[in-house]
Design a protein around this ligand. Structure first.
Ligand code: AKG
Ligand code: FE2
Length: 304
């Protein structure tokens, strides 16, 4: 076997890891080297690793405990392996797949739950001849390139993450959507997270955030639009062009990502994902939506 080699792939993040056979258990030293490389490069690509579900699960467990995908619709999980989410546009059990549009807006996995994932490991099993790429944005860079004044404002803010903002959710079976909503009531997370391993701060926003707590709807929308545009600027992004057998491991504690619809949807695409269980950091959101600017004006008028 050639030596373990780590080759950077992008400025913002991303590195390819070669010289390992992921079907075999990792020794302690290799596991530590991979974990350190993960913290440094944030997104690791392991090409040419067409693992079985059992091997995929065993490899993923080197980076933390696996999420049991309780938050997901059961029919989107691999039969016999609920640690694996099936992301595909292929029919499943004779029906259009509920995950055919998974990840189509910028998001951090499972941020609509109390426990956003620690990381995810996505294996490409089938892909269209061209396209079907995935992009990740480095949210540590995004935070660190904001002005100190903006950082100070964000440090004290919390935002509401809502499963109903998953893009394309409205096209799914209404009964399944209802169950998803019941399983995942809206949750509050801080807008700035401190990475438990590196101690660095990163921004937590994305397109599944409905509003910033305490702001009017208009203030919230304006700030979120700015932050999302800032965070996903090309200089903070790594874009992956998949090959069958690639496994990509990303650190979900300091990134967001998007699955691009840049391919012929009649061509099959099949991806399998293990999610690493995150820390329980969220709390349930109160039902009250953000006040509108108009309501704020009326409140002030009624006081004066
Ligand atoms: O299909 C992809 O490229 C990524 C989908 C996604 O967001 C995920 O699996 O977390
Ligand atoms: Fe995702």
């Amino acid at each position: 076997m050639p030596e373990l080699t780590i080759t950077p792939l992008g400025y913002a993040m991303g590195a390819a890891v070669t010289g390992l056979d992921l079907r075999r258990p990792l020794d302690d030293l290799t596991r530590r080297r991979l974990y350190d490389a993960w913290l440094k490069h944030v997104v690791l690509v392991f090409p040419g690793q067409p693992l079985t579900p059992e091997e995929h699960i065993a490899f993923s467990a080197n980076f933390g405990a696996l999420d049991d995908h309780d938050s997901q619709a059961p029919e989107t999980l691999l039969e016999g392996h609920r640690e694996i989410l099936v992301v595909t546009n292929k029919h499943r059990l004779g029906k259009p797949s509920g995950t055919r549009n998974t990840g189509r807006n910028w998001h951090t996995d499972l941020s609509y739950t109390m426990r956003p994932a620690k990381g995810s490991l996505l294996l490409c099993q089938e892909k269209p001849p061209v396209g079907g790429d995935t992009m990740w944005a480095n949210l540590t860079m995004a935070y660190e390139t904001l002005s100190p004044k903006m950082q100070a404002i964000l440090d004290g803010l919390e935002a509401v993450h809502d499963v109903t903002l998953v893009k394309g959710i409205g096209a799914r079976d209404p009964a399944i959507v209802q169950a998803m909503k019941q399983r995942n009531p809206a949750v509050v997370h801080p807008m700035v997270r401190v990475h438990p391993d590196t101690g660095r701060k990163s921004l937590l926003a994305g397109e599944r955030v409905s509003h910033i707590l305490g702001f009017s709807e208009e203030e919230s929308t304006a700030l979120l639009d700015f932050l999302n545009a800032h965070a996903t600027a090309p200089e903070f992004v790594y874009r992956h062009r998949w090959s069958v057998g690639d496994i990509v491991l990303w650190d979900n504690r300091c990134t967001c990502h998007v699955a691009l619809p840049d391919f012929d949807q009649t061509q099959p695409r099949l991806m399998l994902r293990c999610s690493l269980q995150g820390e329980s950091v969220g709390r349930l959101a109160e039902a009250a939506p953000a006040a509108t600017r108009e309501q704020m004006i009326q409140t002030v008028a009624s006081l004066s």
